[in-house]
Design a protein around this ligand. Structure first.
Ligand code: FAD
Length: 394
């Protein structure tokens, strides 16, 4: 078994797979190591992704797509439903994927490009020498072995420990770790081409309930709550059960998942000596929506592009890798994360009256240029009492 690579990628989600594929395509030797026995399973995702964002990387294969979405509905605490047609729903329209298939195909692409893949193989400790990462100790079925690499990519997701072991502070405050529960349900009456978001403090304090269709009468029905809102009797699963018994009493649950989404700001720095951090491990999931598929693909590919140049130049120090950190922060992604973090900070403090007022006023707006910033400006104009709270979201 090979014990030395140009690049070691820890984690086989979209971020790790895309990084591995990019490095391998540029001719570098790559090992992608995934702790789970199967790529993409169990799914811990509602599987929604914006069309335009996805198309930045590829036109999705039919087998990846469970449903195409052309409308988003937001339901206020008083039951009022606001319908956002395609031209207004922005990034909320798109695809609901089959992540079991999508994630597996991404790793397949990395393998096709030449990367080696090891599943059921956990990175347990980084190899640190002179303040730099030199690979990792891997555990495969209880047997440990050392893999040395010139550059290591931490793509180990929301539960990321690898970067922390390398000395990077990756702590997420409890209130900014959204805890989630989700059912895959069938036999439910839904619009197969509309995503739905329910907000309100009795429904999902500090978060929302989502319904993401996966075909006729089938959908991911899930909930996320701020980590500090979950209490005995009021855990995400309790809220979800109450929602489901009210709205889908005859639905059948065929899968249950639980998971976390960080809704904090990104890590202050996403590189270190011989280390790049991508996707959820870098805390680049969207603080407002919890979406992180696009960010994982974007940062994974960017790490591959910039990391390759650094290897070629023979310098993978923190300083040489900084263009990765600077580029994603200056990109559409970095700017959206910054703005949506501010909006999220306000959103989690809104009471039901505020939420009702916002949803009602937005439904009356005729927004020719629909985007989040424009929306916020219009909300402030229509709800002067909210101006102080929302003003902070700039
Ligand atoms: P992951 O997909 O988490 O992949 C990390 C991989 O690393 C995992 O496979 C893990 O097993 C592996 N790993 C961890 N530690 C080690 C180790 N030590 N050694 C080896 N392997 C390791 N995003 C969206 O865009 N749209 C949505 O609708 C959406 N819904 C969500 C709903 C829920 C309930 C949750 C929890 C998340 C949701 N997300 C959504 C977020 C999305 O799933 C993530 O942002 C995305 O998967 C991040 O990709 P990643 O590659 O960074 O990490």
């Amino acid at each position: 078994m090979k014990r030395e690579y140009d690049v070691l990628v820890v984690g086989g989600g979209p971020g790790g797979a895309f990084a591995a594929k990019t490095f391998a395509e540029k001719g570098y030797s790559v090992l992608l190591t995934e702790k789970r026995p199967a790529i993409g399973a169990p799914v811990r995702c509602a599987e929604g992704v914006g069309k335009a964002l996805m198309h930045e990387f590829f036109k999705p294969e039919d087998r990846w797509v469970a449903a195409e979405i052309d409308k988003a509905n937001i339901i206020a605490p008083d039951g009022f439903k606001m319908e956002l047609e395609p031209e207004k729903a922005g990034a909320e329209v798109g695809y609901v994927l089959h992540r079991k298939v999508f994630d597996r195909d991404l790793v397949w692409m990395a393998a096709g490009a030449g990367a080696d893949i090891q599943v059921k193989t956990r990175a347990v400790t980084p190899i640190m020498e002179d303040g730099a990462v030199k690979g990792a100790i891997l555990n495969q079925g209880g047997v440990t072995h050392e893999v040395r690499a010139g550059l290591t990519i931490a793509a180990d997701g929301v539960e990321s420990k690898f970067a922390r072991w390398c000395g990077v502070d990756t702590t997420v405050p409890l209130r900014e770790m959204e805890t989630c529960a989700q059912y895959l349900m069938t036999g439910i009456d839904i619009d197969a081409h509309a995503t739905e978001f329910y907000v309100g403090n009795n429904i999902a304090p500090g978060g929302y309930v989502w319904i993401f269709p996966k075909g006729d009468k089938t959908a991911n029905v899930g909930i996320g709550l701020g980590g500090d809102r979950s209490k005995p009797g009021n855990r995400p699963i309790d809220y979800l059960n109450r929602f489901v018994s009210k709205n889908f009493p005859n639905g059948k649950t065929i899968e249950l998942i639980a998971g976390g989404v960080s809704i904090c700001q990104p890590l202050p720095c996403t590189v270190a000596n011989n280390l790049m951090i991508v996707g959820d491990a870098a805390r680049v999931s969207d603080p407002l929506t919890g979406g992180g598929i696009y960010a994982a693909l974007y940062t994974g590919k960017l790490a591959g592009d910039i990391g390759s140049k650094a290897i070629e130049n023979g310098d993978t120090s923190t300083q040489a890798l900084m263009p990765y950190d600077e580029t994603w922060r200056a990109s559409y992604l970095g700017k959206a994360l910054e703005r949506n973090y501010q909006i999220k900070e306000v959103f989690v403090k809104l009471n039901d009256d505020d939420l009702n007022a916002i949803v009602h006023s937005v439904s009356k707006m005729n927004l020719s240029d629909f985007n989040t910033l424009n929306l916020i400006k219009n909300i402030i104009a229509a709800n002067p009492k909210l101006a102080i709270k929302l003003g902070k979201a700039g």
